[in-house]
Write a protein that binds this ligand. Structure first.
Ligand code: FES
Length: 293
């Protein structure tokens, strides 16, 4: 018997926003009946672009239903950009926690939301899948998806990965590869080379500052972005403003704003100067590439 919180029980026995919106603005479907969990999320926007209504239909266990119910509550009233910031951790925390073996239910909620917003923005009705190479053929889970749950939830074992995205929960043939992905993602976290601390009490010269910014980006930021198929380029340093451009996966990533503040800016403040702030240059062209047309 699972040890469910009162909130999980409440949202399971009294799920909010069950059903399907007629003529929705966005539809997201994830999971499959064959895999035991499936979720369809629909939403409608108001004139101001906020989510006026959201409904769900879920096939699955108590955690899946409770997670879907909470998801709809969390996103109502939000703009799409704000809704995109809702994570599987937010869903699980709102529920007062989920059994570890059921964390994949919260991940499914987050994926359905991304699929529905993608559907609204691009009109795409393709089944939502993270890009990458399929590592777990039993559950169709890609390396990117595995990297993401490891990084976002600080996972360290194959069992945890299975709990969060189902990869590895079938024949077990992918366990070795999942272990390598854990080592790669966590290794990049713990084996970061030290960047020398800025001279205490002395103001950096402009040349020292630029050098330290570049070194911090090279050693503290870029490896983490590369693990997700992305990259970053230092464009300029003007006073305390550091201008960067995201490349690869990061250039299209809805989490770019989060990456800029919580990863790039915080590392630069830690290793270079508290006064630095970061801005993204969305118009810059990648070195070696030219604009066409
Ligand atoms: S291939 Fe991953 S469990 Fe079978």
């Amino acid at each position: 018997m699972w040890d469910y919180t009162d909130k999980v029980r409440d949202h399971f026995f009294n799920p909010r926003n069950v059903g399907e919106i007629e003529n929705p603005d966005g539809v997201g479907e994830v999971g499959s009946l064959a895999c035991g969990d499936a979720l369809k999320l629909t939403f409608k926007l108001d004139k101001a672009g906020r989510i006026a209504d959201a409904k769900f239909k879920t096939f699955g266990c108590a955690s899946a239903i409770a997670s879907s119910s909470v998801l709809t509550e969390l996103i109502k009233g939000k703009t799409l950009d704000d809704a995109m910031n809702v994570t599987n951790k937010d869903i699980a925390e709102y529920l007062g926690g989920l059994p570890e073996q059921k964390m994949h239910c919260s991940v499914m909620g987050r994926e359905a939301l991304e699929a529905a917003i993608e559907n609204y923005r691009s009109g795409s009705t393709a089944k939502h899948e993270l890009e990458g190479r399929v590592v777990c053929t039993c559950f169709g889970v890609t390396d990117r998806e595995i990297e993401r749950v490891i990084a976002e939830n600080n996972l360290t074992t194959v069992e945890q990965v299975t709990n969060y995205c189902k990869a590895g929960g079938g024949c077990g043939g992918c366990h070795g590869e999942i272990e390598k992905i854990i080592e790669r993602v966590q290794g990049q976290k713990v084996e970061q080379p030290m960047v020398p601390a800025p001279p205490q009490g002395k103001k950096l010269t402009n040349i020292q500052k630029i050098h330290l910014v570049q070194q911090t980006i090279n050693e503290q930021v870029r490896p983490a972005l590369r693990a997700h198929g992305g990259n970053i380029e230092l464009i300029d340093v003007v006073g305390d403003k550091v201008i960067v451009a995201f490349r690869g996966m990061c250039a299209q990533c809805h989490l770019a704003e989060f990456t800029m503040r919580d990863v790039v800016e915080s590392k630069l403040r830690e290793f270079v100067s508290e006064d630095l702030y970061v801005e993204e240059d969305k118009d810059s062209v990648e070195e070696g590439h030219v604009h066409k047309g």
